[in-house]
Design a protein around this ligand. Sequence first.
Ligand code: UDX
Length: 457
Amino acid sequence: MAESSDLQIQKKKVPHLAILPIPLQGHLNAMLQLANLLHSKGFSITVIHTNFNSPNPSNFPNLRFEPIPDGLSDGKRWTEDPIHATHVLNDSCQEPFHDCLSRLISDSPHGPVTCIITDEIFHCTKDVADRLKLPRILLGTTSAFHIATMTTFKLLQQNGLLSISDGEPNTLIPEIPPLRMKDIPDIGTADPEMMERLGAGIDNAMRSALGYIQNTFDGLESTYLVKIRQDIHPMPLFEVGPLYKFSPGSSNSILTQDYSCMAWLDKQVPETVIYISFGSSGSFGKKDVVEIAWGLANSDQPFLWVLRPGSIHGHDSVELPEGFEEKTRERGRIVNWAPQQEVLAHPSVGGFWTHNGWNSTLESICEGVPMLCSPYLWDQKVNARFASHVWKVGIQLENGFNRSEIEWAIRRLMVEIEGKEIRERARDLKENAMRCMEKGGSSYESLESLVDLIMSL
Ligand code: UDX
């Protein structure tokens, strides 16, 4: 007798995926959002994670967690030299990752792992996947234009057509508009050779991957997605962003988020508050903090400022200038760490002063919040340039932190006509993002293709 279809479904194997994130805030968020999203599509998921910055399993009841040693007991390595830390991570995790996966293939109550998804920076996973004959899909946590423009930049360099020391910082690079020499990422390493080795490792790991997932959407950067498909990555590309919208509540905050600021926001006038956060790893000189504080105070705008502990060079605690608190008590709020996605979605928030990490940039765009841009390293400079000069949803602070420039930039964004126009463009981009997520939209369809690919393995 034929089995009932219910029984057939029960017996059908649920594909088991292993996921390996890089333990940095922006990278962890994107990977765990993806993991929860894939779980909602019917996959069984094991997250293999480092002890350093390990996620909190109780926030993710649908996922299983397997810790591995990482050689990063001292988290300072990330802030001191992230490239060196990335090397340590790739070297230290390779064998533990192999051992953990071997176990999950031969002896898991959830069935053998059939595919792995890893952050592209974890290039050591190629060797592991090859040894275990497992297909591998990569997650890139930056934008498509960052990948496309940096690929062109590297080609120009290799062909002797451009050198990083060429020309003055404001010179436009005609081959990758609207980038200038000073927008080229500053990687922040004492060892450029190590950087080259890391780049080579990532390029090599890219070659045999089955697919490449990006946390972006077609309505934002279609030209660059086309370029990547045509000229850069030989494997299928899946643009499935914005992941945090597809998978709400799936972020993993390393620091405790202070929700008390939400009640404070409730009391403010719509679109009047500027929210300030420079991400999870940036740090500033004491003088910068003084300039930021007086810029905020003199702008006369309400503000919510994330001042992360340890974000001031050489100081464990934050000391604000005398008179600042008195001047801003009625209209300012400072927290160690905020529930950023909820803050940006709050009707009182009218602007985001950001370092332009890709997650922050995407979150601002998807909530229709215009940006004041202060990038400092990695892809942030490219993101800031696109926000201000391509989508025109932001104003870039060009000369570091100077109180009168800050005051004027905040007023331009929050009260001047220019700010209103920027806000309208930001709203259009938000709608664009929502359309890409609907059935038939590019991100929705791309996600379906990704699911089909993994199901076919
Ligand atoms: C890093 C790099 O800075 C970035 O350039 C790269 O694209 C990804 O890795 P990070 O500095 O952490 O990331 O910035 P970002 O990518 O913006 O991610 C920060 C995340 O932390 C966001 O998802 C944001 O919502 C969250 N956050 C930030 C909080 O939850 N609370 C805060 O107070 C600030």
